[in-house]
Design a protein around this ligand. Structure first.
Ligand code: SF4
Ligand code: SF4
Length: 222
C-alpha cells in the first residue's frame, strides 16, 4: 500500500482559504488504509474546516464525498457532477490521486490534504513501515525477500556496511539493519552462499533516474 498522513489543519485551512464551495474528497483504498483519507477522516476534516470557518471570515460551504480510488479515471469520473458544483477539491488521496483529479478537472483548483510517504506494510494498528522504493528491477530473489534499497539507510547492494550493532543500523537504534536481517534469513533458509554474489553497479534508469516513468502493457491496450 501507499502510506499517507493527513496534513495539519492549519495548513489545510490556509490552502483552502477563500474557496467558496469546497469538496473534501476521500479515497477508499490506500488513504483509507492509512486512516488519512477514508470516509471517517473526510467527515472529521470537513467538520473541523466548517467549525474553523464559523469562527473566521472564511464563510464558504464545505461538502464531502469519497470514491473507491482517486488513481483510476473510471472512479474519478463518477464524481464529475459533484466536482462541477464546487470551486475547489481538497483531495485526501496520495499525490497520484491529487494529480489525476487535476488532469480530469482542468478548470478546478485541486489541493492536497495529505502528505504521501512510502510503499509499505501495516505492522500493527497505527504503525506502517517502508518496504519498497519502486526501483523497477526487483532483486528480492537475491536478498532473501528483504529490500536493501528501501530498508538499508545507505541503500547498499553489497552489505552489510560493518556499522551495525546488535542488529541495529548505525544511523539509529530504532532502525533494524536490513543486511543483518538478510544474513539471518539466508542462514535460516540454508542459502548463505548467496551472500557471495557481488551485485554490479545498479542501473537506476528503471527507478526513475532516466526521467518520469511510464508503464505500457500492449496486451491490455484497447
Ligand atoms: S528491489 Fe526494488 S522493486 Fe524490489 S522491493 Fe526493493 S525497491 Fe521494490
Ligand atoms: S548498518 Fe545495516 S542498514 Fe544501516 S547502513 Fe549499514 S548495512 Fe545499511
Amino acid at each position: 500500500m501507499i502510506t499517507l498522513e493527513e496534513k495539519k489543519l492549519e495548513e489545510i485551512e490556509k490552502m483552502t482559504k477563500g474557496c467558496r464551495r469546497l469538496l473534501v474528497l476521500g479515497c477508499e483504498t490506500c488513504a483509507a488504509m492509512s486512516f488519512a483519507g477514508g470516509q471517517r477522516q473526510v467527515a472529521e476534516l470537513a467538520s473541523a474546516i466548517r467549525v474553523g470557518r464559523k469562527q473566521s471570515e472564511d464563510k464558504g460551504e464545505v461538502v464531502e464525498d469519497s470514491i473507491a480510488r482517486q488513481c483510476e479515471p473510471e472512479f474519478v469520473d463518477l464524481i464529475g457532477d459533484k466536482v462541477s458544483e464546487c470551486d475547489a477539491v481538497l483531495s485526501l488521496a496520495c499525490g497520484a490521486g491529487v494529480q489525476l483529479l487535476a488532469e480530469r478537472f482542468p478548470d478546478k483548483v485541486v489541493l492536497p490534504g495529505c502528505n504521501t510517504s512510502f510503499l509499505g506494510v501495516t505492522e500493527e494498528l497505527g504503525v506502517w513501515s517502508e518496504r519498497c522504493a519502486g526501483c523497477g528491477n526487483c532483486i528480492l530473489d537475491k536478498t532473501a525477500g528483504l529490500c536493501p534499497i528501501a530498508r538499508c539507510s545507505k541503500q547498499l547492494l553489497n552489505g552489510p556496511c560493518g556499522g551495525s550493532m546488535n542488529g541495529k543500523c548505525e544511523i539509529s537504534k530504532e532502525v533494524d539493519c536490513v543486511w543483518q536481517m538478510i544474513i539471518d534469513r539466508l542462514t535460516r533458509l540454508n542459502r548463505l552462499e548467496m551472500l557471495e554474489e557481488i551485485f554490479p553497479v545498479k542501473d537506476w534508469t528503471p527507478a526513475g533516474h532516466g526521467g518520469p516513468r511510464k508503464m505500457v502493457r500492449e496486451d491490455l491496450k484497447s
